[in-house]
Ligand binder design. Structure first.
Ligand code: C2E
Ligand code: CA
Ligand code: CA
Ligand code: CA
Length: 288
């Protein structure tokens, strides 16, 4: 039957259109179904955070962790964030989900501190909708006091597009109020969005996170190498820390180290892992 449909799709423009429409309907249907499951995921306890270490290139120590959301759906199985985060953003569900992520990450970081596994900074991804459609300052302040995590142990990863969205005045004000809490701000996926050098000077930013798209071919592609060099130099001039993500091999590490990038994160050191495994990782890193 599929063969027949394919044959007809090829044979006639009209049928090709119908075939394509059926496929689109199936996609829409699947997305709606996924959104419905997503709606119940928090209360069903289907979310989990994994943690990936960030390594200081000078000391070689673990300086922090990035919290990465995992969804183990009872119905759909494990769904990767690249598939469900966009749906969560479209539906507005990212607001309660993002709050769950922040609370869980802060709670976990504070528990590790109390167990003597710190000092460590917990980095949490914040989506544009969360930043613009809710009161992030109130939420972050409330969660810090609920969990007892000192603000200087929290870093928010914001994307460039988030910063240039809507009138920069409101964004700047929100950033200033967040900074006043005492936390740190990193620009995620730096270089992939609408880079505006102006906002780097104006906004109270602490760190540039070099996207793994630039890091991947750093050792063999002169253009990627030049971009990474530029970002690291820019960081130095503007007194911003730089961290490279997606570091997978020793050649990439050597390049970044020679250029003076401050921190690295990637499979070369560890994959994102559940909290219990990360605690064991921290414990052995401290003893080493
Ligand atoms: P991201 O913020 O750029 O996160 C880095 C992604 O690269 C993660 O994918 C991580 O697992 C992966 N990664 C880390 N090291 C390596 C490496 O050496 N090689 C390769 N190939 N990949 C590496 P993940 O966990 O699938 O997350 C994908 C994206 O989903 C994230 O990209 C982020 O944009 C979003 N995301 C994840 N968790 C959250 C969350 O809690 N809130 C929001 N708003 N977005 C999230
Ligand atoms: Ca990130
Ligand atoms: Ca990102
Ligand atoms: Ca990235």
């Amino acid at each position: 039957r599929a063969d027949t449909a394919m044959y007809q799709a090829k044979a006639s423009g009209r049928n090709a259109f119908r075939f394509f429409t059926a496929q689109m309907n199936a996609d829409v249907h699947e997305r709606l179904a996924m959104q419905n499951h997503l709606r119940h995921a928090i209360q069903q306890g289907e979310f989990e955070l994994h943690y990936q270490p960030q390594i200081d290139l000078v000391t070689g120590h673990v300086s922090g962790a990035e919290a990465l959301l995992r969804w183990h759906s009872a119905v759909l199985g494990t769904v990767p964030p690249a598939r469900f985060i966009p749906l969560a953003e479209e539906s507005g569900l990212i607001i309660p989900i993002g709050e769950w992520v922040l609370r869980e990450a802060c709670r976990q970081a504070q528990q590790w501190r109390e167990q003597g596994l710190g000092p460590m900074v917990m980095a949490v991804n914040v989506s544009a909708l969360q930043f613009h459609r809710s009161d992030p300052v109130e939420m972050v302040g409330r969660i810090l006091s609920e969990t007892g995590l000192p603000a200087e142990c929290l870093e928010l990863e914001l994307t460039e597009s988030l910063l240039v969205q809507d009138g920069a005045g409101a964004t700047l004000e929100t950033l200033r109020r967040l900074k006043a809490l005492g936390l740190r701000i990193a620009i995620d996926d730096f270089g992939t969005g609408y880079s505006s050098l102006a906002y780097l000077r104006r906004f109270p930013i602490d760190k540039l996170k070099i996207d793994r798209a630039f890091v991947r071919d750093i050792a063999c592609d002169p253009e990627d190498a030049a971009i990474v060099n530029l970002i690291v130099d820019l960081g130095r001039i503007l007194k911003l820390k730089t961290i490279a993500e997606g570091v997978e091999d020793p050649e990439q590490l050597a390049f970044l180290g020679a250029r003076g990038c401050n921190e690295v994160q990637g499979y070369l050191f560890a994959r994102p892992m559940p909290g219990a495994d990360f605690a064991a990782y921290l414990d052995s890193a401290l003893k080493a």
